[in-house]
Design a protein around this ligand. Structure first.
Ligand code: PLP
Length: 413
């Protein structure tokens, strides 16, 4: 109870609340962080195994709790995905299925972090990753990135943040909200440093493998942190973002260190007995070799096409906005200004929604506790292309006849 209350107090106006308040009334939802969602029928269309229907298989199955840690099929499929291009394959028992990455993250932090620990967290990022450790009694240092250097992590900065009691370093790769990636060479250096100091590394990789602006041929293409050979590494992921299946609520924790998985599994006994059989079966179908490639192709193509539309908008509105073009994931962090001064992003998002039905997420309120990232808005640019196209048309019209009413951000006195 205390832990949950402390977490709630941390929040000024967090994204879940913003999303919850406006998502259902938005005409153009360009705040969403998932690639345009799919139905089971859509999945079957994409699959090479059209004849089998994951739901039909369950029609006559008894609806027991199912496999407590997740089905062998799903964990096996994930283990194979994490074993590509690694010298040692990942055993399926090193994976625990959870209700989305949000539960995976919570479970992991609840298991690993407590009072007296120090945690370092990539920033800006999903608030859960730094607010939960704080609420659990840990001291959290933010490892800040900024637009001036392309939202890149600086290892020298990290060295300054590490303390004798640093227990965990958290990164989010690809990064929400900026769409930046942590490149291969930085991941290697991070692993070396963590190994030297025996610090556990945790990567929230929920936007993997939606890399649309860097190719696997590029030497900086980021592998999963799990593939870099450091045992004290744990990653989380889910089918929500890159795989368009948020409604399944299927995520996972994967680690090279079996003791982390065991500890999370025993903590999970108090919260979730198992993930539903139906969710597990549909996720297994989507991630199977017969479907995953077409599914990712669809989403990477969609992300590329939509990002080009957004880029055209940004280029023709340079007088009012700037960005670091995303390399992966589904979100762009765009800064809106008037005569060089950042706009009040909350007022901007509310006016835009009210007058046009276009929904964005205000950056200062949802990512910087009200103070940092003034003028920034997060744009979720991978809905159906028509939604983005129409939303950008409406935004263009607003820039012509409504933007002048948007106030600039007042400095706090
Ligand atoms: C970085 C990050 N991690 C985790 C999540 C939770 O995703 P889910 O629980 O749908 O897998 C989100 C959702 O926005 C996110 O952006």
């Amino acid at each position: 109870m205390v832990k949950i209350e402390a977490f709630a107090v941390e929040q000024v106006l967090d994204c879940p609340q913003w999303m919850d308040k406006y998502e259902t009334i938005a005409k153009y939802n360009t705040a969403e962080t998932c690639c345009a969602s799919l139905s089971v029928d859509d999945l079957r269309e994409l699959s090479e195994d059209k004849d089998s229907n994951p739901l039909a298989r369950l029609q006559s199955a008894k609806l027991t709790y199912g496999a407590i840690r997740g089905s062998d099929e799903l964990r096996g499929t994930l283990a194979n995905l994490y074993s590509v291009k690694t010298p040692t394959p990942l055993p399926k028992d090193n994976i625990l299925i959870t209700a989305g990455a949000i539960q995976a993250n919570f479970m992991l932090l609840y298991t690993l972090v407590g009072p007296g620990d120090h945690v370092i967290c990539h920033y800006p990022t999903y608030q859960q990753l730094y607010s939960v450790p704080t609420s659990l009694g840990a001291e959290v240092s933010l490892w800040k990135t900024d637009a001036s250097n392309g939202w890149q992590l600086d290892l020298k900065e990290l060295e300054k943040l590490i303390r004798p009691n640093t227990k965990l370093i958290i990164i989010n790769n690809p990064q929400n909200p900026t769409g930046a990636i942590v490149p291969h060479s930085t991941l290697e250096e991070l692993v070396d440093l963590a190994r030297e100091k025996s610090i556990t590394l945790f990567a929230d990789e929920v936007y993997r493998p939606l890399f649309h602006n860097i190719t696997p041929m590029d030497k900086e293409f980021p592998p999963s942190l799990l593939s870099l050979g450091y045992e004290r590494t744990v990653v989380t992921g889910s089918v929500s973002k890159a795989y368009s299946l948020a409604g399944l609520r299927v995520g996972w924790i994967a680690s090279r260190d079996p003791s982390i998985i065991e500890a999370c599994a025993s903590a999970r006994d108090y919260t979730t007995i198992s993930v539903g059989q139906i969710d597990d079966a549909v996720a297994s179908y989507a991630l199977a070799p017969t479907c995953i490639h077409n599914l990712l192709r669809r989403n990477i193509d969609l992300a590329r096409k939509n990002l080009a539309l957004l880029e055209t908008f940004i280029e023709s509105h340079r007088w009012a906005c700037e960005w670091v073009k995303p390399r992966a994931g589904t979100t762009a962090f765009v800064r809106f200004t008037k005569m060089g001064k950042p706009v009040d992003d909350v007022a901007f998002c509310e006016m835009l929604l009210d007058r046009t039905g276009v929904m964005f997420v205000p950056g200062s309120a949802c990512f910087g506790g009200g103070e940092e990232f003034p003028g920034y808005v997060r744009i979720g640019y991978v809905p159906e292309t028509e939604v983005l196209e129409q939303g950008l048309e409406a935004l263009k019209a607003f820039m012509e006849d409504g933007y002048e009413d948007v106030p600039v951000k007042k400095k706090k006195t």
